[in-house]
Design a protein around this ligand. Structure first.
Ligand SMILES: NC(=O)c1ccc[n+]([C@@H]2O[C@H](COP(=O)([O-])OP(=O)(O)OC[C@H]3O[C@@H](n4cnc5c(N)ncnc54)[C@H](OP(=O)(O)O)[C@@H]3O)[C@@H](O)[C@H]2O)c1
Length: 294
């Protein structure tokens, strides 16, 4: 199978290209720089020069592949506008195909908002942060296009062997600082290890009959305080925390900073019941990150 990936050098994308190349897929990745070219080539991926913001230059080529996977994001003020233009251009290019284009698109757990003691499923309403409001209409457009066979994956908070969403706490530990907690240490995060997430994308490539929303999580909700306890213990440090208020964080970083303060639980029951996917790491303490020398 020939795959075109947007965002192959990112946190999620890096794990994903490894999984796809290991499975023997021929992978081409959009690249906007020499550095990205080199990262992709090292992983066995063919780079194609282009920018997310200028899809006219590469969309016709992208839709000639068996599938396109979108795990890229500019994470700036232009992200809504860029994604809207990109997806519209992709749909228009896909309309020239004989059959619908398989598209795996990335949403995220934050779209469900705070769930508290409820566990979000694909049936739950979306209550996105204002910074991600645009995604809801965009996903509806993709899922209803006759030119696409689309799955929207909603990853939980992603950690990997280098840290991922745990990176800030690991840096606090390495520098001997208090652990900086955004909001409250009682906040629950749904979690997924990057290689487990990569297997979910690959599994959905193997099931072209499936479309719609799919959550990907291997722990429904873990308290931030429990993550910090595990890291403190690993580094032989006391669990001293510095709590920062949501208002303070939004003022400093913008509205997306509310994301890590959302108390959430999310289930991947649908994915597990309709595919062969199962998470290897159902406890983050058993993952490679916690089982290598510090
Ligand atoms: N990480 C998580 O915990 C998580 C959880 C749920 C959902 N998500 C969603 O998953 C998606 C990917 O997240 P991530 O954490 O993997 O992001 P990331 O690490 O920041 O990676 C972003 C990717 O997009 C590429 N990119 C950015 N601007 C570009 C441009 N103008 N032209 C071409 N490529 C461009 C980057 O390429 P360069 O190498 O050139 O910078 C990189 O490959 C996002 O939509 C995010 O909201 C992430």
């Amino acid at each position: 199978m020939k795959i075109f990936i947007l965002g192959g050098t990112g946190t999620i994308g890096t794990g994903l290209i490894r999984e796809l190349v290991t499975r023997g897929y021929a992978v081409t990745g959009l690249s906007r720089s020499k550095t990205a070219d080199q990262k992709l080539i090292q992983e066995g991926v063919q780079p194609l020069r282009g920018d997310l913001g200028a899809p006219e230059g590469w969309a016709d080529h992208a839709v000639s592949f068996d599938a396109v996977i979108h795990v890229a994001d500019t994470f700036d003020d232009t992200m809504a506008e860029i994604d809207e233009h990109l997806t519209t251009t992709l749909i228009s290019a896909a309309s020239q195909r004989q059959s619908p284009l398989r598209l795996l698109y990335t949403g995220g757990c934050w779209l469900y908002g705070a769930t508290g003691d409820q566990v979000a499923t694909e049936e739950s309403p979306f209550v996105p942060l204002s910074a991600f409001n645009w995604m809801i209409a965009g996903q509806r457009k993709l899922l209803s296009s006759p030119h696409l066979s689309c799955v929207v994956l909603h990853p939980a908070m992603v950690y990997d062997e280098n840290g991922g969403v745990f990176e800030k706490f690991l840096n606090n530990a390495r520098q001997g600082n208090d652990f900086e907690v955004w909001g409250s240490d009682q906040t629950r995060w749904p979690l997924v290890e990057r290689s487990d997430l990569a297997r979910a994308y690959a599994e959905l490539l193997d099931h072209p009959e499936l479309s719609g929303h799919f959550n990907v999580t291997s722990q429904d909700g873990v308290k931030v305080g429990d993550i910090i306890s595990a890291i403190a213990q690993r580094y032989g440090l006391p669990k001293k925390m510095k709590i920062r208020s949501v208002e303070d964080l939004v003022e400093e970083y913008g509205s997306w900073a509310e994301g890590p303060t959302i108390d959430q639980q999310m289930s991947s029951q649908k994915l597990q019941s309709l595919t062969q996917w199962w998470p290897r790491y159902t406890d983050f303490r058993t993952s490679p990150l916690f089982n290598r020398p510090i």
